[in-house]
Structure formats: C-alpha cells, structure tokens
Design a protein around this ligand. Structure first.
Ligand code: IMP
Ligand code: MG
Length: 336
C-alpha cells in the first residue's frame, strides 16, 4: 500500500478540500485514477470542506472527497458520525449531481455515533466556541467506553466495513484526508481547552491501520495568513490589514458561518507541524488575498516581520521553512 496524507498545519480552514480534490483528480498514464481509495481519518461534521468542482461549489462535512471523483471513500474509525447528517449529506450530493452507492461510500463499523444528547450538550457550549456538532461529548463517551458505534445503527449496516480488511487489499494507493488542523489537535494543540477532540496529524492516519513506512507523501496545507474560529482571543484589537484580509479572504466558517479571527502567519508554528508530521510538500494557499490587501507580514521567533513586496515575503519563507520541504504558493480557490 502507498499512502498520501493531506493535513492542515494550522487551525483548520487552510484549504485542504481544494488540495484533496486536486490530488484525487490525478490520472495514471493509462487514464485511470491515481488514487483508488480515499479515507477521512478524524473529526466529524465540525469540518467544512469547500470544493469547487466543474465551476460548482460543493461543501462537504463528513463524506470524504473521493466520492466527488468516483473513488471509493471510507469514513475511518477515528471519526465520529451523526447518521442523520450523513444521510442528509448523501442527499445533498445526489441533488448536486454527485453519484454514490453503498459500494462507494463506507464507514468503519466501530466509528462512534454522535447522538441527539451529544448535540444538545454541545449546543450549550460557551467556553470553547465549538461548532456545536456534538463532537466533544461523542469523543468523551468513546473514551469513557459508554458510546454507541456505527455497528449499533441498523440504517448504517449496508455501509459498514472493517479498516483492517479494507486496507489489506492489494495495490492500494490511498489518500488520507485530514480535518481541522494540527494546532487544534487534542494532544498537540497549544491552546487547551480551545482545541478539537481528535488526532488531526499523521498519528490519525497510522491509527487507521497504515504502517508508518507506507506513508510516502505528507502534504501540509496552510494559508499565507492564519485564521482561527473559537472562543479564544486570537486577533489583535486594531489591525486594519487583518480586517481587510478577513473581508477580502471571505473568512467565515463553512460549518457555522462565524467570522474567523485573523492573524499573520507564524512560521515557527508551521515548522513545528512540519517537524512532527514529516511534511514533504507545503502548500501555502490564498497568496492572492495577501496580494489584494498588499500587506506581507509574518511572525518569526515571535517578532512580526514586514516585507515590502510579495517577492521578499516568499524568499523569506523559502529560507526559513525547514530544509528539503517543497513549497508551493497557491493563488486560486480552484487550482493549486
Ligand atoms: P469542535 O471540534 O466542534 O468541538 O470545536 C472545537 C474547536 O475547533 C472550536 O474552536 C472550533 O471552531 C474548531 N473547529 C472544529 N472544526 C473546525 C474546522 O473544520 N475548521 C476550523 N475550526 C474548527
Ligand atoms: Mg473548514
């Protein structure tokens, strides 16, 4: 098996959906899909992956991007699943011209289920600023061993699989799709308790039953600036440029519609994510937004560095990102 992993290096909303979609559309020399399996490895309906497919914007929350490219897709056992929302999303895809069948979309039998009680509890959250999708309470019950799993829900039976059996098939080329970002990770996020409840990095991929040596390519995604949604104060009080980035970059949550707090890129934080996850390729999205705003700044060693041009900004990044990482600057919501 060969595995490629796409993960967010910051606080989510880095534009992973676009990258996943680009990779999944790649073909072999013989015109077949390069990837033959797509696995979502963490999180639940808290994620919102915006993908532009043939000019049409599609937002998914739990269903892996593979389904948009006719590639078999699995919701892995590191995820949590709300069955009602899952069926709603299948309906939404169908209404938007995306075909699926129970052979194409699968769920690990031991994926934990988000119940109505979980959602009601999470909807009362004021402390963390969650997406109110029931994620935290569901993971809590999973680890307390009091939860219910996909295998307990009759309607999900046609979708169920075992990750071991699936990932032992011959000639697999699997794309693992991460949700949220490494700095929201339950273990690695710096702002506990302002985190999500899952493993957002490559450890989440390994937990799916992948031998570490089979992870051939780790693609890390960030933006040319940083955003965060949640109750922690993240954006400085007065910073006109950041407000312009929020507006021009349309920084609103895909799941909740909340305004995302904006700050400048922190290179040390990105390097930390690179170090821990073994990132091979770094994609820096939304360069076009910084260009429109005309403010090239970033943090290095806690200092805010100013640049007079995009050229200077980029060459500073190239010099200061870990050696050996391939960097791609991206300027379009549709392409890399
Ligand atoms: P939860 O994952 O809904 O419990 O929310 C916990 C924290 O993670 C909150 O700050 C959320 O805003 C944040 N979060 C969860 N999912 C996403 C996402 O997909 N993008 C950005 N932030 C997220
Ligand atoms: Mg998102």
């Amino acid at each position: 098996m060969k595995a490629t992993c796409v993960l967010g290096l910051d606080f989510g909303d880095e534009g992973k959906g676009k990258i996943v979609s680009h990779l999944l559309s790649q073909k072999t020399l013989f015109g077949k899909n390069k990837f033959n399996l797509c696995v979502r490895y963490n999180g639940g309906h808290n994620a919102g992956h915006s993908i532009i497919l043939n000019g049409q914007k599609i937002i998914t929350h739990i269903i892996p991007g593979g389904i948009l490219h006719g590639i078999k897709s699995i919701i892995g056992h590191g995820c949590v699943l709300n069955p009602t929302k899952f069926f709603d999303e299948l309906k939404y895809l169908q209404e938007n011209g995306v075909a699926w069948s129970t052979n194409m979309i699968k769920i690990a039998y031991n994926t934990h289920i988000i119940t109505q009680e979980h959602i009601e509890e999470d909807s009362k959250d004021t402390k963390i600023g969650t997406t109110k999708q029931g994620n935290g309470p569901c993971y809590r019950d999973k680890y307390a061993r009091t939860g219910i799993r996909a295998e307990d829900i009759k309607e999900l039976k046609p979708f169920l699989i075992d990750m071991y059996e699936e990932l032992q098939q011959p000639n697999l080329n699997v794309l693992f799709e991460g949700a949220q970002g490494f700095h929201l990770d339950i273990n690695w996020g710096p702002f506990y308790p302002y985190l999500t409840s899952s493993s957002c990095g490559v450890s989440g991929v390994i937990d799916c039953g992948v031998q570490p040596k089979n992870i051939k390519n780790v693609v890390g995604v960030c933006k040319a600036y940083t955003t965060y949604v949640g109750a922690k104060k993240f954006q400085p009080d007065s910073y006109g440029i950041l407000e312009n980035i929020q507006k021009i970059g349309k920084e609103f949550g895909a799941t909740t519609g909340r305004v995302r707090q904006v700050n400048f890129l922190d290179l040390d934080r990105i390097n930390k994510s690179i170090d821990i996850n073994g990132v091979d390729t770094l994609i820096i999205n939304k360069m076009d937004i910084l260009n429109k705003v005309g403010g090239w700044r970033l943090y290095k060693d806690k200092y805010l560095e100013y640049f007079i041009s995009e050229r200077d900004f980029k060459s500073y990044i190239k010099k200061n990102i870990r050696k050996g990482v391939k960097i791609i600057f991206s300027y379009s919501p549709e392409r890399i």
